[in-house]
Ligand binder design. Sequence first.
Ligand code: SF4
Length: 114
Amino acid sequence: MKEMICIVCPVGCHLTADDDNNIAGNRCVRGAKYGLAEVTNPTRTLTTTIRTTSLTIPRLSVKTSTPISKALIFEALSYMNNVIINKNVKIGDVVIENILNTGVNMVATKNIEI
Ligand code: SF4
């Protein structure tokens, strides 16, 4: 049996999943969906920073446009370690398209002028 806390809303229900991935402890259907995703393919929104050529803002904050598989987080971070932003960027701009062929983009969460 796996135990987890639902993070979909502030109530924070304590969920359990049995060996057949049956979810219990949820107060609503969103929790059941979250619990099933957690035991089959957990995903997370990845927030991080990417190097820039700016002298005043050396790192640009970014996040995934949608959650990506938790299993890919470290590979995505490693990939972004080799990326350098060398142009002006506005909040919401896509700075990396389709990272790791996930179909997910990395978008800027800050304006930057190089
Ligand atoms: S199961 Fe429903 S009520 Fe409970 S924390 Fe998740 S979303 Fe909130």
